[in-house]
Design a protein around this ligand. Sequence first.
Ligand SMILES: Cc1cc2nc3c(=O)[nH]c(=O)nc-3n(C[C@H](O)[C@H](O)[C@H](O)COP(=O)(O)OP(=O)(O)OC[C@H]3O[C@@H](n4cnc5c(N)ncnc54)[C@H](O)[C@@H]3O)c2cc1C
Length: 422
Amino acid sequence: MNQTTNARPKIAIIGAGFGGLWAARKLAAADVDVTLIDRNNYHVFLPLLYQVAAAEIEPEQIAYPVRSILRQHPNVNFMMAEVTGVDFADKTVQTSVNDVQYDCLIMAMGSRQHFFNVPGAAAHAIALKTVNDATAIRHKILSYFELAVNEPDAAKRRALLTFAIVGGGPAGVEFAGALRELINRPMQRDYPRLDFADVRVILIEATDEILNAYTDKQSDYALGRMHDMGVEVMLNTRVDEVFADGVQLSDGTWLPTHTVVWTAGVEGETLPAGWEVETKGLGQVDVLPTLQTTTNDDVFAIGDMAYVEAGGRPIPMVAQKAMQEGEHAAVNVLHLVNGTAPTPFVYKDLGMMATIGRNSAIASFGRFHLTGFIAWLMWLVIHIVNLIGFRNRLVVLINWAWDYFFFERVARLILTKEGTRQ
Ligand SMILES: Cc1cc2nc3c(=O)[nH]c(=O)nc-3n(C[C@H](O)[C@H](O)[C@H](O)COP(=O)(O)OP(=O)(O)OC[C@H]3O[C@@H](n4cnc5c(N)ncnc54)[C@H](O)[C@@H]3O)c2cc1C
């Protein structure tokens, strides 16, 4: 590898999500200088984002400042900046702040919400993808309850209190359950003058089952739990168009609502300007088994933005994929720096789990498929352990316990400047 200077090799990493952060940590003890770039100054634990949207926990409890995480690693520099392009010939990352020179580049920019070109979706639906999205959703829900309680027109009141969630995957199901739990107890107690028959949480799924990555038995269990909790699940139903005041469904139904939360799909993040590269799967960058890109040996792509297969099938966009690839790309970067050959990435499938509500979850580990309370306990422990920061773990645990025993949600202030979309 030709280094740009005689100094230590310069490694640039774009994205401080699960992929980029894990790569940076792996390189922390190495004889290289790392620049980690992200548009935000924090790392987000996305698996609990839906709880922010459902007013269960505060954003600060799932987001952690990158500089604090990297405090112990003097060879890793953090830059808060928007990456606008990459000059691969000049080995330079162009950002909204400064250009960053590199000898090796790891791209870990994640994914963005995919609206499948459904008319009106990008304009009127809110994605559940960032902290801003989650706080905007929370703001909308809480504000609409306040508007509804003083709305004399019954049809307008019902539209304010109808919450549509598009996509029956883990994010949609988890959010629908958490929202129904917010409504069923804390909101019912606080709004005694509202008729809660007017409040609807509707989960819209285009296929004939929810959580279709799980077994049929687990999907049926989740569907049953959704019904028990009061979530209306519409299967085999597509959203044809989203408007500011409602949703047009494929079966001809017009659903009056001002809140459409879009969890139906994701695609690879927009690539930096100046990069003509083949994409596969869900708009992801095609990479070699070593995670190097097919166009540039010194550029790696990992996490949600990279298309990688295991056992002949694409690995889903999950945190484990990003973390494992981040560490592997870091090791391969060191191979390049030391003049040795990079090695192929081997994915270790650690299983998957989703929570449906109080006391119920589903989990699959290889041939073992669990449903119910034990799966829920495992979900709790795994998510608490994986949160970054002892204080966050403690505060989230206290919030969960408070909610579990007293049916009370703490994060219910309506802060008008929150979120990007009002
Ligand atoms: C609501 C939700 C729930 C989820 N639940 C689970 C779950 O329960 N279990 C699970 O395993 N996975 C879950 N996932 C998926 C998991 O979070 C992702 O697979 C994982 O975050 C991918 O890691 P990544 O590093 O590729 O991308 P990300 O973690 O998304 O990080 C990408 C980073 O790149 C930054 N970035 C992007 N573009 C630019 C740019 N141009 N300039 C500067 N910075 C940029 C972003 O700010 C971000 O910090 C969930 C995802 C969501 C959205």
